[in-house]
Ligand binder design. Sequence first.
Ligand code: AMP
Length: 219
Amino acid sequence: MDLVIMGPPGAGKGTAATRIKEAYGLAHISTGDLLRAAVKAGTQLGLEAQGYMNSGKLVPDEVVIGLVKTRLGEPDTAAGFMLDGFPRTIPQAEALESMLEGIGRKLDAVVSIEVEDEVIIRRIAGRLICPSCGAIYNAEMNPPKDGTCECGGIPARRKDDEPEAVKTRLVAYKAQTEPLVAWYRGKGLLLPVIGEGSPADVFGKIAHALESRMRERGC
Ligand code: AMP
């Protein structure tokens, strides 16, 4: 199964992606994680991406497209992949389509998690991420015990979760990424899911939608 998972920042995409990856054994390709790793490693690409990321802007298409192309060539994607945070623009979606065509593959579904703006802002305000293992907490709803992650790391707010950067990310999402919802709907690939309720509820809805899609496709 080859998937894209999309949704506005704070929709619970990361949490849902972890569950989907585990349930279906997919390679999880998060462009945000790939870019953060490049920043941490201090590569040329990381240096170029860092300024855009800290201010909540999108990194230029050609940079992310190159990263995804390389990642899709790795062997763990053979049994299926889930792209998370990519594509975020129509040119990225077009590039993905031709990349997949080139390797004889096609997307099976695009899961779109939908959440109201007020819910997003409330969720992001409390979001804490462990810098060591990437576990996601919420200062109010799911705080780390004694401020420490199970892995021993100290969860903290991401720089681009600061209120100003969140506003910029939401504006970028609406202007550049939301048009993809209609684009994928037009291609018959969209599986819209309401991202409210517990992580288990949201995953249940996604799994149900994915399984009906796979049955339709005879997989
Ligand atoms: P994420 O972890 O998916 O929220 O991504 C964090 C940041 O990385 C975004 O705010 C962007 O600056 C950058 N980024 C991640 N994926 C993309 C993409 N597909 N296109 C452009 N920028 C991206």
